[in-house]
Design a binder for this molecule. Structure first.
Ligand SMILES: [Zn+2]
Length: 283
């Protein structure tokens, strides 16, 4: 494979539309195809791979995304740091539409999703994944979080620093009772893609940072008809320009791959993964 990148962005096509000289690369993985081709470009001298999480036509619902293939494809290109914007519902009235929150915790309320690379099932090339338990105590990269927060502040978009992202199975939105339960627990926002994306990144030793854009107030904290898909898309579209600006600025603030020294970069230290190319940096 001749194409490579050091930083990955999992997000929609609106986020790389302005880059010059974007090349499209198809990456196959032991887990099947990722959501789409990967789109490679350069930002401030950094090679960045963009991957539309739901496919370029937004045809994949959250529960049908091949998360393992997506993370594997990024890793295979050389990506070691991932920025992951996502649309979320606010669980507090203070986190209204247009809020940018950089979570430091998540709660998994998904069901039935394949959430590990280490399931002891042989890969097509015959390698057998080891029995590996990675730490998820702090599931997001502290360095990536700082980069995202500084980038947002630099654009005068005061972000919410920390908070808990509840990840639900979807594709339906929460009931009012679920939503009230989430907020009563002190959790901040609710989305559908943050798990297993974050833990699969950690299982490959990748840095992963979520940038959660609030598109609506969740059912338990708003008094109207509840969340609609239309308002989610409209609010995301209203914010895509400044989200792209923040992402580009965050990319420039990330350390070089060789300078990584965070919890994520040491997640696999001393472990035998049994996965081809993991751990180990590309030559
Ligand atoms: Zn990290």
């Amino acid at each position: 494979m001749t194409e490579s990148a050091e930083i990955g962005v999992i997000g929609g096509s609106g986020l790389y539309a302005l880059l010059d000289h974007v090349t499209e690369t198809v990456v196959d993985t032991p887990y099947g195809p990722p959501s789409d081709s990967l789109f490679l470009g350069e930002l401030d001298g950094r090679r960045v791979a963009f991957l539309p999480r739901h496919g370029r036509e937004h045809a994949l619902p959250p529960h049908r995304i091949n998360y393992r293939a997506n993370l594997w494809a990024l890793h295979a290109l050389g990506v070691r740091q991932v920025l992951a914007p996502c649309a979320v519902g606010g669980l507090r009235s203070a986190h209204g539409p247009g809020t940018l929150l950089v979570p430091d915790q998540f709660v998994d309320r998904t069901s039935g999703r394949t959430q590990t690379f280490y399931d002891a099932v042989p890969l097509p090339d015959g390698s057998v994944p080891g029995v590996v338990h990675v730490s998820a105590a702090d599931p997001y990269c502290p360095v990536g979080r700082s980069a995202a927060l500084d980038a947002a502040r630099g654009e005068a978009w005061e972000p919410v620093d920390g908070g808990t992202l509840v990840v639900i199975e979807g594709p339906r939105f929460s009931t009012r009772a679920e939503s009230r339960w989430f907020s009563a627990n002190g959790w901040s926002v609710v989305g559908m893609t943050g798990h297993p994306e974050a833990v699969l990144a950690r299982e490959l030793g990748l840095c992963y940072t979520s940038l959660a854009l609030v598109t609506d107030l969740d059912a338990g904290v708003e008094t109207g008809e509840g969340v609609t898909h239309t308002e989610v898309l409209a609010e995301f579209a209203r914010n895509v320009d400044r989200l792209r600006t923040v992402l580009f600025s965050a990319v420039a603030r990330l350390p070089k791959t060789r300078d990584r020294d965070c919890v994520c970069s040491h997640a696999l230290d001393g472990l035998t993964t049994g996965l081809p190319g993991v751990p180990g940096e590309p030559s």
